[in-house]
Every structure is written in C-alpha cells, then in structure tokens.
Write a protein that binds this ligand. Structure first.
Ligand SMILES: Nc1ncnc2c1ncn2[C@@H]1O[C@H](COP(=O)(O)OP(=O)(O)O)[C@@H](O)[C@H]1O
Ligand SMILES: [Mg+2]
Length: 350
C-alpha cells in the first residue's frame, strides 16, 4: 500500500506558508554575492521545416526569426541580482562587441561584470527551433586551440584577484565545464576560507562525464540535476536517497533537481525533503535548473531551513520552464505570484 502524497498547498503549509517564503526572500535582499562561471550566449533560431531536399537525405528548414540571450553565468548572475543586494560576475569572454552589448543590456544595475577578454572565452550555443517550440538540433561554437600555460596562469590570476578583492557573503560557482575553471584554478583556491560557497557543475553535450561535482572538495551547498548527481555517484539506476547520500559529503547540503519529478534535498542535519514538480507541462526547460540554483544559493547561505530552500527553488524552476530561453530572468515578484497562485488553485500552471 502506498501512502497518499501531500498536495502542493499541504506542502506549502508544512514549510510555513506564504509568509515563510516572503520572510526568506526578504532575508537575502542585502547580500553581497560573487558569481563565477563560464560565459554562454544562447542563440535561438526559429525555423519552419521544408520538404526533404530531392538529392539529400537531410532536414531542410526555412529561417524565420532569431533571438539571442545572455545565458550561462550571466543568467545566474542576473537572477541572483534580482533577489540580492549586490552582485559581481567573474568570467572570461571572447572579443565580441555584439555579445558584450547583449550582456550589458541583460545584467541589472546592481550587477558588475568583471570579465577577462581572452581569445576564446565565450561559448555560443545555437539551437534551431520549430514552430512547436521543439529543438531540431544544436550547434556549439567556441574558440579552437589549446590554452598556453601562460594564458591559463593569467586567467587563474584574474579569478583569484576578483575572489579576494572583497569580503563576499556568498560565492556562487556556476561551472559549465567550458574551460573557465580548471584544476589549476581550484588548486589555488582556499574555498574553506570563504564565508559560504554554493556550487553547480553542469553536464552538457560539450563536457559529458568530465565536469562532475566530485572535483570540488569544499563548499557548503551543492545544487545539481539528477543526471549530474548520478554521474558523480557512478550510479545509473540506484534510488535517489543513495545518490544524494554519496554526493553530499564533503558538503553540508545538497539539492538535486529532478526535471518532471521535482526535487530532492538532504543535508548533514536536515531532511530529506522531496517535492513533486509544480507544473505539468513545459515551454522550454533551458534555465530551469539555473533559476533553482540562483534562488537556492543565497537562501542556503543565510541558513534558511533546507525544506523551505528546496520548495522555493522548485517553484523557481517551475516558473522558468514556462519561459523561452532567457527572455527574462526570474524576479521575486514573479516567483511570489506563482506561489500565491499555487496556494489558491492548489496547483501550478498547465
Ligand atoms: N519537464 C518538467 N516538468 C515539470 N517541472 C520541471 C520540468 N523540468 C524542470 N522542471 C522544474 O525545474 C527544476 C529544475 O529543472 P531540472 O531539469 O531538474 O534542472 P536542469 O535544467 O539543471 O537540468 C526541477 O526541479 C523542476 O521543479
Ligand atoms: Mg542545470
């Protein structure tokens, strides 16, 4: 016999209701945060499929429209900045005026960019999308060639200089595995000396299996998705409790986002907490995990109860699944509207 799962309003009550969420969001508004990670430009190309080329066996599409978004570390920094007092984003970008302008427009007023310009810092991810919002294929582009020892040292110097330039309430490491952070960088950090460190290591087509959370032997809070946690635990089929337990140490708290299965969180002293997904259908999952991470990290840094952190992060992820690419970055107002809607309707959107 299986026990009945609590409804979303019941879960909301368990974590203290809307007032607890409002108070938690209020408690992070003054934080001074450093966000470190890879520069990504997400390029969406909207196309309409044509008939098959008579002499080829391939897809042929008609180009309709385009949109470019500041993604990667910029999306995380912009979202954190919407929730916190002051944000600095530390990254590395290729020389590209268009990308610079795009990033400039995307980052809010309270977000300062400290980017080192190198030969091939920015990763471009071009996605071809049909009229039903389905992605047909993706093309990654980054600079070719390997980095010299000198260039690596200079990059590590830049990261270390920004890291040690101020006393941060929180350092957010948003590691997309595109080369900004290397083992030489990590070797020079004393993460243990920082006040609070939140880490996300992304698995994507360009780094599959090579960018795991196990590289980080410090840092209090980890937020990764289930496939990323499974890769780090070397366990494809085991129960989520076992995966989380394996990945948790040496950190204090871990939040594993699980796509349509919601999320799972556990800490050294709290949890586990398990929530279902708050939406039933999605528009675009790009940015969902980043939104969850961006909101969860400052909340965890001020000692918010883990069950509350996971609920708010799950709601942040849910809201972002309804947005194409990074057309806009999550704000506390949009998040609270969604939470209040769940409270009254008993359910998320769609
Ligand atoms: N298909 C989906 N259905 C419902 N909710 C989703 C879906 N995909 C993502 N979410 C929500 O967004 C959160 C983060 O998404 P997830 O896919 O786990 O992260 P990532 O984008 O890093 O892979 C999830 O915890 C969940 O709340
Ligand atoms: Mg992710």
């Amino acid at each position: 016999m299986t026990s009945k799962q609590p409804s979303i309003p019941e879960i909301l009550q368990q974590i203290g209701g809307v007032p607890a969420i409002e108070a938690a969001l209020e408690s992070i508004t003054e934080l001074k945060v450093l966000v470190i990670g890879d520069a990504i430009i997400d390029e969406y190309r909207y196309v309409v499929p044509l008939s098959r080329p008579p002499k080829e066996n391939c897809l042929c599409v008609h180009s309709k429209d385009r949109e470019d978004f500041a993604g990667g570390v910029f999306a995380t920094a912009a979202t954190v900045a919407n929730f916190c007092g002051q944000v600095t984003v530390c990254t590395w970008m290729g020389p590209d005026r268009n990308a610079e302008r795009l990033v400039d427009r995307a980052l809010p007023q309270n977000c300062v960019l400290k980017a080192k310009v190198g030969d091939w810092g920015t990763t471009y991810k071009k996605r071809y999308i049909d009229a039903f919002n389905r992605k047909l294929f993706e093309v990654y582009a980054w600079g070719e060639g390997s980095m010299t020892r000198k260039a690596r040292d200079e990059l590590d110097d830049h990261i270390l200089a920004v890291l040690t330039s101020e006393k941060w309430d929180l350092v957010v490491i948003n590691d997309f595995g595109h080369g900004f952070l290397a083992d030489t960088t990590l070797a020079r950090w004393e993460l243990a000396d920082l006040k609070y460190v939140a880490i996300n290591t992304q698995t994507n087509s360009g780094n599959f299996g090579f960018n795991l959370i196990s590289q980080y032997t410090d840092g209090q809070f980890v937020c990764i998705d289930e496939p990323e946690a499974r890769l780090a635990a070397s366990d494809q089929f085991g129960p989520i409790e076992k995966i989380a337990f394996k990945v948790l140490s040496p950190h204090e708290n871990i939040l594993i986002t699980r796509g349509r299965l919601g999320c799972y969180a556990v800490g050294e002293v709290e949890g586990p907490f398990e929530y279902p997904a708050f939406v039933h259908s999605v528009v675009d999952t790009v940015g969902a995990g980043d939104a969850a991470f961006s909101v969860a990290s400052p909340l965890a840094a001020v000692g918010t109860p883990l069950g509350l952190v996971a609920f708010i992060a799950n709601a942040a992820g849910a809201v972002e699944t309804q947005v194409v690419g990074h057309r806009r970055y999550l704000t506390p107002e949009v998040l609270m509207d969604f939470v209040r809607m769940m409270e009254t309707t008993g359910d998320g959107i769609a």
